[in-house]
Design a protein around this ligand. Structure first.
Ligand SMILES: NC(=O)c1ccc[n+]([C@@H]2O[C@H](COP(=O)([O-])OP(=O)(O)OC[C@H]3O[C@@H](n4cnc5c(N)ncnc54)[C@H](OP(=O)(O)O)[C@@H]3O)[C@@H](O)[C@H]2O)c1
Length: 321
């Protein structure tokens, strides 16, 4: 392998456990590929050849340091795949990021929003950005999904409010979906033919997250082996995928083996198979997307340019017309 001029450069979050760790194995096994992952703590066990850089998504300063470190290491070399997969599964109203925001909103949304914006200038032509979202963002599928943008509540949660508990999670996954849709609308992204994909791995068992308490892990295990398989007999979105399978599908999406339909951005696993539904109605609202974009920029300290977006990109097949 030519180390000096790698053919493919990958930057990934959420690659240290769960489905992301399985995706990483498949990505790093590709020939001539240089992989950077952001990870908390030191001495993380990763496949040979993976370059681990410190990243705590609960701190915007850490996100900036990580992005700076990646850019310094790459120099003129561009990024071919940015995989934003890390996530926590909800937090209570007291749990805050280093910057004082609701922890789940900060880790799952704000940190990835900032990271994507910082790395966008370093993305290659025809590169791919994958953001792991969830069908939990979509009210017809999950009743606890958000029906309105309640950004102040999500950023500064109050006990039992829409920014706390499982609702902090569904809100953050809506933000992931809307961020993907907003990036796909950027003129800069369209001009450089960058593909943006939102990925839903579907219910994936065997994971609980290292942030989860013993009680939460036991509860997840109980649901995984009793309730969900029963509900899954009647409702396909409750059919459980293994982390190996969901991880392999994430890798396939990142590597371009699975793509959204032309003009779309969403790949959603249902019973383990890729489907291509529309994002939720709220996610598709351009007014809501623009508000999330603007307010997120203010929260992470980015000064906004006046005109950043156009209409959604034409499908590849339509570009020659
Ligand atoms: N599992 C499901 O049923 C399901 C369904 C739909 C969508 N998803 C989405 O899929 C993605 C992966 O989920 P999973 O179930 O595989 O979760 P997981 O096993 O808990 O793994 C989460 C990953 O995110 C990383 N992470 C969490 N907080 C971080 C922080 N502050 N700084 C840096 N990294 C951090 C974790 O790092 P550590 O190793 O340090 O903990 C880990 O690598 C998430 O975005 C999740 O929302 C999952």
């Amino acid at each position: 392998m030519d180390q000096a001029r790698p053919r493919r450069v990958v930057v990934m979050t959420g690659a240290t456990s769960g489905l992301g760790a399985h995706a990483l194995q498949q990505i790093v096994a590709q020939s001539n590929t240089r992989v950077f992952i952001g990870a908390r703590g030191s001495g993380r066990a990763v496949p040979d050849g993976v370059e681990v850089l410190p990243l705590d998504l609960a701190s915007l300063a850490s996100v900036r340091e990580f992005a700076g470190a990646v850019i310094r290491k790459l120099g003129e070399t561009r990024i071919n795949m940015l995989v934003l997969n890390a996530g926590i599964h909800g937090s209570n109203a007291k749990q805050r990021s280093a910057d004082g925001y609701g922890l789940t909103f900060a880790v799952n949304h704000l940190a990835h929003y900032l990271l994507a914006r910082l790395l966008l200038p370093n993305m290659a032509e025809h590169s791919r950005v994958v953001i792991t979202s969830s069908n939990m963002h979509d009210p017809p599928l999950k009743r606890i999904a958000p029906k309105a943008l309640e950004l102040q509540e999500w950023a500064h949660p109050t006990p039992n409010g829409p920014g706390a508990g499982i609702r902090s999670y569904t809100a953050s996954k809506l933000c992931n979906m809307m961020t993907a849709l907003s990036f796909a609308r950027l003129n800069e992204v369209k001009a450089r033919r960058i593909n943006v994909v939102a990925f839903n791995p579907g219910l994936t068992g065997g994971v609980g997250g290292r942030d989860a308490s013993v009680l939460q892990r036991a509860f997840v295990k109980f649901l995984t082996f009793t309730i969900f398989p029963l509900i899954g007999l009647f409702r396909s979105e409750f059919v459980m995928n293994t982390p190996e399978h969901s991880g392999n599908m994430l890798a396939n999406v990142a590597l371009g083996a699975i793509s959204p339909l032309p003009g779309g951005i969403y790949v959603s696993l249902v019973e383990g198979e890729p489907t291509f539904p529309d994002p939720s109605e709220l996610a598709r609202s351009q007014d809501a997307q623009d508000r999330l974009w603007r307010e997120s920029a203010a929260m992470v300290g980015i000064e906004e340019q006046p005109i950043i977006m156009g209409t959604p990109a034409a499908p590849e097949s339509d570009l020659s017309r």
